[in-house]
Structure formats: C-alpha cells, structure tokens
Design a protein around this ligand. Structure first.
Ligand code: ZN
Ligand code: FE
Ligand code: FE
Ligand code: ZN
Length: 273
C-alpha cells in the first residue's frame, strides 16, 4: 500500500479553523496516514490581523507547540512534524526573521517553516472577507504582482516549503494572458532557492475547484528539478488527508516519481508514488 502523508494542517488557534492538535493527529491516525506536518499560522503583525482571525496570537505560540508535542506522544503510530505557516511580508522581513528565530528556539519549536503569500501589500487577497476588493483590481496585474512576490518569497531564505503556489486563482479569477512565463519564473526561483513546493488539495474545496498548483505549473517545477510535497491545508479535523491520493496522481501526471516529507531545514524523507 502506498504511504499517505499530509504536510499542511492547522488548529483552532488561527481563528478560522476548528479542532485541537490532538483531534487532527487522531484523525490522521484513524485515516492511517504515515506522517503529518502541523503548520498553524505564525502570528502576523497586529496591524495586519487586528482581530486575530488570520493567525494565532503571540501568546498562543507556546501552547501550540506543547499541544503538538503532546499529540505526537499520544500517537506513536503517526510521525508528527512541528511546523508553522509563515506569511511573506516584503516590508516586514526583519520582523518575520526575528520571530521565526525566537519561535524555533522554544521548547518543541518548529523544525520546518512553510512559506505563504496571502498578502499583496496589506490586502489579504485570499480572505473571503476581502473578496470584494478584487472588483477594483486588474486581474492580470494581480497575477503579475502575486508571482513576483511569490518568487521573492521562495528566494528569501525564510522558508523550507512554498505552499499553494498559484493560490491567486482561489476564487476563479483568471488573467487574459498565458501563464507560461510566470510559471517559468516561479519554477526557476524555487529551483535556485532549493525550496520544496506543495501540492495543495485545498483548492478542490474552493471556488476554483482545482488543486494548487495547476498541472502546467507543477510540470514546470518538476522539469526544473524542484521537490514536491503534499498537503490538505486542513482547517477542520475531517479535512486531514483530504484528496491526498488525487494529489499523488497529479504528481505522477507531472512526471514526479516521489513525494517529499519535509522534516527539517536539511532533512527530508521521500516516499514512492
Ligand atoms: Zn488558514
Ligand atoms: Fe496559506
Ligand atoms: Fe494553511
Ligand atoms: Zn494555507
């Protein structure tokens, strides 16, 4: 039997998910997953998330780490990696770097950092509460800006894994132009930075109705030699392991032979597809 992994899981701390780490790890055990990566949202600067519906609060970090460690101990049948999902904020790089340094050295601190682009300037473009902002924007310009920032994020050195690579399509907005050049740039950036990219099944649950990234972008990553992992981006315990077999299928279609479990900055394990 193929081993299933899920490398992107949240908890209720972020303010837009339900369930404790214990419930997510128990769900993974019940589904027979081999390994998971717990990756709740690292705190954002207060001005970007004033009511904390996007990320955990700074004073919740220690309890998050302790809760994941306890769930790991309670479920020796599942390998549980501790991570955080951190936002790439171009004008807060020092702030983010310092926070990650602080969080990593804490007891049971994260060994992996997932990097995400959810903000263009101060606009969280994938937040359903800010969907109306799309109406005032040129979709092509948003795509160009998104991929430029995504490439900068990949090269920033802050992140081990780059999540949901074409998240910008979440609500189904599509530019008029062909994506080939943007995809080539993304693949080159990921390859040069030696980050792992994520195939996320979360898009299947969103208006766009397809995984991130598209087969075309995933193929560009594979051709550039970029390693790939998989994640459900679960925000409820029942979403753990969601459509992971479909993600493996997409990886095979793109020419991948293996899927990567990120364990730490320097250590990965691979599983056959
Ligand atoms: Zn989230
Ligand atoms: Fe995300
Ligand atoms: Fe996430
Ligand atoms: Zn995410």
């Amino acid at each position: 039997m193929r081993e299933l992994i899920d490398c992107h899981i949240h908890t209720e701390r972020c303010g837009h998910a339900t369930g404790s780490a214990e419930e997510y790890v128990a769900a993974a055990a019940a589904k027979g997953l081999s390994a998971i990566v717990m990756a709740d949202h690292l705190p954002l600067p207060d001005d970007l998330d004033p009511d904390h519906h996007l990320s955990m609060r700074l004073d919740e970090v220690d309890s998050y780490l302790a809760e994941v460690a306890a769930a790991r101990a309670a479920h020796p049948d599942v390998e549980v990696i501790t991570a955080v999902e951190a936002d790439y904020l171009p004008d807060r790089l020092g702030w983010t770097r310092e926070l990650l340094r602080d969080v990593r050295r804490r007891p049971d601190g994260p060994t992996v950092v997932l990097g995400s682009v959810h903000f263009l300037g101060d606009w969280p473009f994938d937040d359903p509460a800010r969907l109306a902002d799309w109406d005032e924007r040129d979709v092509g310009a948003v795509y160009n800006e998104y991929f430029e920032i995504w490439c900068d994020a990949a090269r920033s050195g802050l992140f081990d894994v780059m999540t949901h690579p074409d998240l910008v399509k979440k609500f189904g907005h599509r530019p008029k132009f062909k994506m080939k050049k943007l995809y080539a740039k993304a693949a080159q950036a990921a390859a040069e930075a030696e980050v792992v990219i994520e195939v996320s099944t979360a898009g299947l649950r969103k208006p766009v109705g397809e995984m991130y990234p598209s087969l075309e972008l995933l193929t560009a990553f594979r051709e550039a030699g970029v390693e790939a992992t998989v994640g459900s981006d679960a925000h409820a315990p029942e979403e753990v392991g969601y459509e992971i077999e479909a993600a493996y299928e997409l990886l095979r279609k793109a020419g991948y032979l293996v899927v990567t479990l990120p364990m730490s900055r320097r250590e990965q394990r691979i599983y056959g597809l």
